[in-house]
Write a new protein. Structure first.
Length: 111
């Protein structure tokens, strides 16, 4: 029964909260992509802390590897949004802000 609270059906109406959360999530993904691309351009691919993204950039080059990784992240975030699991999207947005955007912003501002 507790899973029903987390797992919402497709036919539930849209919410402004959910729409705002998914827009914030998309912004975090785009900012992370831009900051990562700038960081890799300045310090090289070894600066990327996520081994999956680093492997994708090694295999496909920085631009294509990063684009592919961000595309997958956005697709999963959109799937959660479409399933009306907005609290998880909100937590992921906050997580990205804290562990990706803030450190990149600090590194780029110091540089």
């Amino acid at each position: 029964m507790w899973i029903r609270v987390l797992y919402k059906s497709w036919d539930e109406p849209r919410s402004q909260y959910g729409d705002a959360v998914v827009v914030a999530f998309l912004m975090m993904q785009c900012l992370d992509g831009v900051f990562t691309y700038l960081g890799v351009g300045i310090w090289g691919p070894s600066i990327e802390a996520n081994p999956i993204v680093a492997s994708a950039m090694t295999a496909g080059g920085p631009a294509m590897g990063l684009f592919g990784a961000k595309l997958v992240a956005i697709a999963f975030g959109m799937l959660l949004h479409l399933r009306r699991i907005h609290n998880v999207v909100a937590l992921l947005t906050a997580f990205y802000f804290i562990v990706a955007i803030v450190p990149w912003a600090v590194l780029l501002l110091i540089h």
